[in-house]
Design a protein around this ligand. Structure first.
Ligand SMILES: [Zn+2]
Length: 165
């Protein structure tokens, strides 16, 4: 936690030194929509995270406290990304998972902070979800630090929404 806080303040204090905004390539995703189309489908806050590389304020997502069984799907295209059994309380103020569903995510390196971080996104629509770190719990040791606004929760027993096309 302390290291993370230090790095965060370093990063915010030296944004002028940021080398590159994002290294994500223009990889083709199965679902492609224009900015205008996405803006009509998702909230402004969700758009800012998903398609403008934003980060929600820590502690702001109601999904932090979500402890029911179920699925977390991409807020843009509804692809299931995490199972609730893979969620844990990281204490960071962002919904955190130790493993995604198979094939759900793609990754890239971003240099928005002073140090390179591994950004991850929905493999179907390319919507940015969060960053993955190596300080997670067993068995993977990974911490998928997710923006809650980029997810939607579907409790177990309720049907998953049809994938957006
Ligand atoms: Zn998606």
């Amino acid at each position: 936690m302390q290291r993370r806080t230090l790095l965060t303040s370093l990063a915010s204090g030296f944004t002028a030194l940021t080398l590159a905004s994002n290294a994500r390539s223009a990889a083709p995703f199965p679902l492609k929509k224009t900015a205008t189309e996405w803006k009509a489908l998702v909230s402004p806050a969700a758009y800012g995270v998903l398609f403008d590389h934003g980060t929600e304020r820590a502690g702001s997502s109601p999904l932090n406290a979500e402890k029911r069984a179920g699925s977390f799907v991409c807020a843009a295209c509804f692809l299931p990304l995490f199972d609730a059994a893979q969620k844990y309380e990281s204490g960071t103020g962002w919904p955190s998972f130790w493993q995604p569903l198979p094939g759900a995510l793609g990754t890239s390196t971003d240099y928005k902070a002073l140090y390179p971080r591994t950004e991850y996104h929905c493999s179907r629509c390319g919507g940015h979800q969060g960053h993955v770190f190596d300080d997670g719990p067993r068995p993977t040791g990974k911490r998928y630090c997710n923006n809650g606004v980029a997810l939607a929760f579907v409790p177990q027993g309720q049907p998953l929404p049809a994938l957006r096309t």
